[in-house]
Design a protein around this ligand. Structure first.
Ligand SMILES: Cc1ncc(COP(=O)(O)O)c(C=O)c1O
Length: 390
């Protein structure tokens, strides 16, 4: 993988990177403040302030800062009672960080395919799977983990409806969708990550807001939040004698990272606006090409964290040819993820559907969309994409 293709990495000189963090004066100031204060690890004022402001921003009662999004999902699944041998539904079309925590717990992923409309979990396939279990007496999955991929909210209303009918808890993997939400339907006004019992976010270097590495658990449930804090801090009980009352994890975010995160959070609206501006310009400039552009779904308000298009197979030329064409022109584009059922550790998992995610993978290309992408660089990307079809 070339540097230019690594999300979050700066490209070689002259190449336009896919997505790079936008770090400015505010970030430098808060990080230095954290360093100078001596509070460099997970105890410190920035951690609590980042959690408080994050919860307020997304509209959740509690936020618990973690060392990564994967850690957040791991603890989130424990909070919802996932144990060895349980089934846990997960979107098939996602980054591997969504599913690895299911495997950590010795639980069994059940991989449900995407719908064409949102590229996220297909509610009908999910309902079919839960109905089938109800009819045959097979146990329900302990949790349904819904991913809002690429900054696009999933169609959560029908998902919640069927999960509520069967009493199955929902964990939202909102790692890629900070700032996205619903403006129509039952969840109008809500942000991704705040509808299910637990929501998990990532602040990896390529995300819309970064802490270098980090994550967040959000919930409205006081008891779940308290347990999340406990589990992420080695399950330490306040006691002079180092008492740990269960198996815990060293999963808290550091104060330095939280300083970075707080600054990024204060600039989140600016970042979301930039992502929208970039998406709108790409949409207008590419609409006449034989490409499928990212979903635009009424009431499901995406951030376009990554701007990804689907390439048709024309004259035997497809995704890899476009990627090579763009790389030759200094454009740091990237393929979408291989769906989980095609990843070796999950190849034996039960799959429900399976064709849509595979097709997104086979055709998907993400175009440069760093929040600092200039119009002239975006024009270079647009020209490079257009010239592929000349
Ligand atoms: C959908 C999704 N889930 C989970 C993760 C895991 O987050 P992290 O890299 O912070 O562990 C990521 C991103 O990295 C992701 O994109």
């Amino acid at each position: 993988m070339s540097e230019a293709h690594a999300p979050g990495a700066r490209g070689a000189e002259g190449t336009i990177p896919l997505a790079v963090p936008n770090i400015g004066e505010l970030e430098r100031r808060y990080v230095l403040e954290a360093v100078d204060s001596g509070f460099v690890s997970s105890v410190g004022p920035f951690v609590a302030e980042f959690e408080r402001r994050f919860a307020a921003r997304v509209g959740a009662r509690h936020a618990v800062a973690c060392s990564s999004g994967t850690a957040a999902i791991h603890v989130g699944l424990i909070l919802l009672g996932v144990e060895r041998g349980d089934d846990v539904v997960c979107s098939d079309f996602t980054f591997v960080g969504s599913v690895a925590p299911i495997a950590y717990l010795g639980a069994r992923p059940v991989l449900v395919d995407s719908e064409e409309r949102t590229w996220n979990v297909d509610p009908e396939l999910l309902a079919g799977e839960l109905d089938r279990r109800a009819a045959t007496g097979e146990p329900m999955p302990k949790v349904v983990e819904v991913v809002h991929a690429l900054g696009q909210p999933a169609a959560l209303e029908p998902v919640m409806q069927v999960c509520e009918r069967y009493g199955v808890a929902v964990l939202e993997d909102a790692a890629e969708s900070l700032g996205a939400g619903w403006s129509g339907g039952r969840f109008a006004g809500k942000q991704t990550g705040t509808v299910g019992a637990i929501g998990c976010f990532s602040f990896n270097g390529n995300k819309i807001a970064t802490t270098g590495g980090g994550g967040m658990i959000v919930t409205d449930d006081d008891a779940l939040a308290a347990r999340a804090r406990h589990l992420t801090t080695q399950a330490k009980v306040p006691d002079v004698g180092y008492l740990h009352d269960e198996v815990g994890y060293n999963y808290r975010l550091t104060n330095i990272a939280a300083g970075l995160g707080l600054a990024q959070l204060e600039r989140l609206d600016e970042f979301v606006r930039a992502k929208h501006r970039i998406a709108d310009r790409y949409d207008a400039a590419l609409t006449d090409l034989p490409l499928v552009l990212p979903p635009r779904v009424e009431g499901l308000d995406a951030t376009y964290w990554l701007y990804s298009v689907l390439v048709p197979d024309t004259d035997g030329r497809g995704r890899d040819d476009l990627l090579a064409h763009l790389a030759e022109r200094g454009v740091g584009a990237r393929a979408l993820w291989r769906p989980l059922h095609l990843q070796p550790p999950y190849a034996e998992s039960r799959v429900v559907g399976g064709q849509v995610g595979a097709s997104l993978f086979e055709r998907g290309v993400s175009l440069p969309c760093a929040t600092e992408l200039t119009e002239s660089d975006q024009d270079r990307v647009i020209d490079a994409v257009r010239s592929f079809f000349d």
